[in-house]
Ligand binder design. Structure first.
Ligand code: NCD
Length: 324
């Protein structure tokens, strides 16, 4: 039976637990490197991953491709499908997927339209992994985010999270918040309270808060990033302004004005001084000015480890999908 990865709701708590256990094993085996090539390095030999990216990517595409290569599989694809695939000649996404399924064993799809991954999955003969669909979801980023949180914070229950920035368009925030909802009442529980911090017109969509209510995760909406919120947060999840999602020049100006000009959503070194010692700072990257480089030396900065974990979580995911 094919299993697609379209959103985080596709994962039960048991799926998450076993995915993370596998991730930890792969991470430690890869760090030792001893016998890797003759063991894990052959698990996906003879299989092909297709990267189909209609939007830019650094971490997601390269970590998926690296993961597939390290497991013995091969990679084909296009990093700029919007310009270099048959879309330019009028081909629909559905037709592309029907055809590409004959050339590979899994398709990693990033697309600019919400729902594109679900549409692709409905016609695909091979698993589709949603690597970001417009301002919708980015489930594999949320998986590596949750893995990073569990790894960094030994106290796993009742944590408080602050999501900061463009929460309307940030698909990584949507997926991670959903994941917090769905793990709220199980052994994996991490988060019991969320602060959503951003300008009114870039706040978290109601679809996400509705989901959190269903699972009893409490949340508050704030318009400014204050020392008070920071002192009570265990996880500070910064995000960049998603200017490319603006629908018009006016829209873009409004985004710049409310998200950038006032620097209200920047984690300045002074604000970072208010963080708990045990807190962690995360960011899905790419970062802009909201996360100054001066913070990189802080013990709370976890964003490079976070990006690094993408390799191991995606290896584990590829094995779950493809191992025969
Ligand atoms: C994110 C994305 O593409 O949604 N990047 C990533 O995959 N780590 C975040 C972003 O673009 O801001």
């Amino acid at each position: 039976m094919i299993r697609h990865v379209i959103n985080v709701r596709d994962f039960s708590p048991e799926d998450l637990n076993s995915l993370f256990q596998r991730t930890t094993k792969l991470k430690s085996a890869y760090k030792n490197r001893k016998d890797w090539v003759s063991t894990q390095g052959q698990l996906l030999t003879g299989q092909i991953l297709v990267s189909l990216f209609y939007e830019p990517s650094t971490r997601t595409r390269l970590s998926f491709e690296s993961a597939m290569n390290l497991l013995g599989g091969r990679v084909i694809g296009t990093e700029n499908a919007r310009e270099f695939s048959s879309v330019v000649k009028g081909e629909t996404l559905e037709d592309s997927i029907r055809i590409i399924g004959a050339y590979g064993d899994v398709i990693i799809l990033r697309h600019y339209e919400v729902g594109a991954a679900a549409r692709a999955a409905s016609v695909s003969a091979v698993p589709i992994v949603n690597a970001g669909d417009g301002d919708g979801e980015h489930p594999t980023q949320a998986l590596l985010d949750l893995y990073t949180i569990r790894e960094a914070l030994p106290r796993r229950r009742d944590l408080t999270v602050a999501f900061v920035g463009d929460l309307k368009n940030g698909r990584t925030v949507h997926s991670l918040a959903h994941l917090f909802g769905q793990t709220a009442s199980c052994e994996l529980a991490t988060v019991s309270h969320i602060n959503f911090i951003g300008p009114e017109s870039f706040q978290i969509p109601e679809a996400v808060t509705g989901y959190l209510k269903k699972f009893g995760v409490s949340f508050e909406v704030h318009v400014s990033l204050t020392p008070e919120v920071l002192t009570t947060s265990d996880i500070i999840y910064m995000t960049r302004p998603q200017l490319e999602r603006s629908k018009s020049e006016k829209d873009r100006e409004r985004a710049v004005e409310s998200l950038i000009d006032g620097k209200l959503y920047t984690l300045t070194p002074k604000l970072a001084d208010c963080l708990k010692k045990s807190a962690i700072i995360m960011h899905p990257f790419p970062r802009n000015k909201e996360l100054p480089e001066e913070l990189d030396v802080l013990p709370q900065a976890r964003y490079f480890e976070q990006a690094g974990n993408g390799l191991y979580v995606r290896m584990a995911l590829l094995l779950d999908l493809l191992e025969k």
